[in-house]
Write a protein that binds this ligand. Sequence first.
Ligand code: CTP
Ligand code: MG
Length: 214
Amino acid sequence: GRTAALIPAAGSGTRLGRGPKAFVEVAGKSLLARSVAALAPLVDEVLVALPEGLTLPEGVPARAIGGGATRQESVRRLLRATTAEVVLVHDAARPFLPAQVVHALLEAIPETGAATAALPVADTLVRGAAGRWADPVARDGLWAVQTPQGFRREVLLRAHAAAQAGGHTATDDAGLVARLGLPVTLVPGDARLFKVTAPGDLALAQAVAAMWDA
Ligand code: CTP
Ligand code: MG
């Protein structure tokens, strides 16, 4: 069956403070161009959700649609724009995507219908209250969830329909699938898959780009 990459890129990048984030460049190449370049060779089609009124920069091998007011709505629109049997949802804001992670996801999807890149948490975790240490959180078994996340399209359509009907939101798509009680496989992510979120992440992105582009 066919595989589509769905890239939500319609956010406004409020925390980064440099305008629509997908268009921000790191070492001369936008976050969007980097994400598309990583996925295009591995899938049959690439669909991107852009902020209303913006268009795809030249040379980015993808098809663009208008995004929604939330990430979840942008993904819902992307889902409606493809008939691929398998979809990989990947944030434009995670520009360094090793092919190995995509291969691992594509291998995992047939078994459960849903899989996400994730990394075991390495830091000590604590719940804070008013800036003070409140309760430690046991780190055993905790994973930090990344993208890409891969699904049989029909599974993610069900999850989005249920979320819409119930008025639920989640920060990612695997969370919507898990909410239905369906299994989601965790596959090894990568430290380089961090999300460019705040201004400090740009320095890290510059450093990774120097290695990535070499
Ligand atoms: N996204 C989207 N549509 C939205 C909001 C977010 O497609 N309405 C996308 C972003 O473009 C990004 C991914 O979802 O690739 C993760 O979102 P986030 O890191 O929060 O990006 P922004 O929403 O742009 O940033 P901020 O929350 O700081 O405004
Ligand atoms: Mg956001």
